[in-house]
Design a protein around this ligand. Sequence first.
Ligand code: FAD
Ligand code: N01
Length: 544
Amino acid sequence: MNKSNPKTSSDNYDVVVVGAGFSGMYLVKKLRDLGLNFVILEQGGDVGGTWYWNRYPGARCDIPTVEYSYSFDKELEQSWDWEELMAAQPEILTYANQVADNYDLRDAMRFNTRVASADFDENENSWTVVTDTGDEYLARYFIMATGCLSVPNWPDIEGREDYAGRTIHTGLWPHEKVDFTGLRVGIIGTGSSAVQSIPEIAATAKQLKVFQRTPVYTFPAGNHPLDDDFRADIKARYEDIRETQRGSLGGMAMFGVMGRLQEVGTEKIADCSEEERERRLVEEGLPSLRRYADVGLDLEANELACDLYRRHIADIIDDPETAKALMPRGYPMGCKRQVVDIGYYEAFNRDNVSLIDLREDPIERINESGVCTASGQHDVDVLIYATGFDAMTGAINNVSITGRSGTKLKDKWENGPRSYLGLQIAGFPNLFTVTGPGSPSVLSNMLVSIEQHCDWITDCIHHLNSNGLNTIEAEQQAEDQWVKHVFEVADGTMLTAPSCSSWYLGVNIPGKPRVFMPYVGGVGNYRAKCSSVAANGYEGFKLG
Ligand code: FAD
Ligand code: N01
């Protein structure tokens, strides 16, 4: 195997990559196969990215992990036995470590190294990448594999710094086990991270106070341990499963294991009688609401489903006031990233769990002993921020990136991210983004999208090297057309409904422009577009 050894600072590389999550890890394999000289810079202490940072109790995959795994390693596909349908974080991190060990990936990586800036030199056609300790890395190509959900969002709540107890963000969870036994715990937020961690924390904490601003639509995960027969069946069909993923809408083969949760049928909720809707809800539970063809497309149909959803909550929550506070209203089901849970609502029936509805009782400030809301003081020993991420653009904008003519990427993206195919940005030659805004990324099984981007980028670099070329840059017109297309496809879906406030739209971060960032046109269509662009001599790119 042709290994690349990271050299000392100021060395010249063919490629500098930022990030050692699943994207950066796969890039090591691909760049090595091309025999290139490269280095991966990672601010964390090891591989795994998302799964290295998000160690909160209950953290797990929300899709079948047999599908959320690399397809490039056929041996590992056959030898790895996933324990559960939706593996928990420790198992996914173990998997990442196994891949890193198998391929000696760490040889190419520098950990505890945060990239602060990157400047394109138009004379040399190269990038100078500088870390926060001032080390410089020069490279022809610069790849941001920095993740879509890697910059934790700390809300700007008055007095946050005054709190004297233990503060933890779900996206920066400590490596050692946090024992909540006998403690009073507060958690701010009710998105995916909170929904996963609340039942687990509630099981051991003396008291858990949930500070909720927006109630969530969440569906039973349907997780279960896997048996040998299931695994054998998947292993026998892996080739087909991967092929189906690549041509699908969301990068999932949807081979029935999550059946009712995943599949959208042909029947419309608007055409069903009230009795029929109720009967299905009783028989099939909440997932029945997602199966109607019109719920994702029509706001009135969506509201019918939301209404049934709320009635279902009233049935499972013992305390009517808590049930009312947990009922989502005012925004459509499906406008945010789908949340799945294991015993979320049931946790609110425990005596040690209480809900603070911030719409009725807003946070006034955080102080030394806890959270002060309009109705009074909530003293806690640990305060958890499950407040999400500066998604999709956060990690890219955190690096001061300067392209042609001194243009700062942050300035170019002032009104929202613009890129061609989510892969390249006009004015920033030889810079690639893995799962960048404008690509399916967070709307897909991300391992499928990660592999597709890493394959495309490394094929592109190989093409340039083989043809004596040393620059590639998105054309402005191609970028403009792609951005327009990204908006057009999302328009009219629940994802961009005026009442929707999601991190897909950037609105969870104060001051961030409301712009829909991922590409909703489907993994299969998107892959076909990228492949045809490459096959047509990198249509829409200037090669030099
Ligand atoms: P990341 O894993 O985010 O890795 C990026 C790395 O870049 C990080 O380690 C970060 O430290 C590093 N980095 C960033 N900026 C810098 C810098 N300036 N200098 C140095 N290093 C830097 N997706 C799914 O498809 N299915 C799921 O079930 C799923 N579950 C998820 C659960 C959680 C809790 C979260 C947060 C995300 C989940 N995702 C899921 C999305 C997940 O982020 C992707 O699936 C995938 O792991 C992303 O891999 P990545 O390598 O592209 O990015
Ligand atoms: O973050 P979120 P997350 N005061 O942004 C609240 C992936 N993921 O970490 O909605 C009070 O969804 C905020 O309230 P509101 C997945 O893609 C996957 O949970 O803005 N509350 C919201 O309730 C997911 O979508 C899994 O009103 C404040 C919460 O914090 C993405 O990561 C698991 C607040 C943030 O929810 C992000 O999920 C975990 C404030 N000032 C994550 N600021 C899987 O299951 C924010 N909030 C695979």
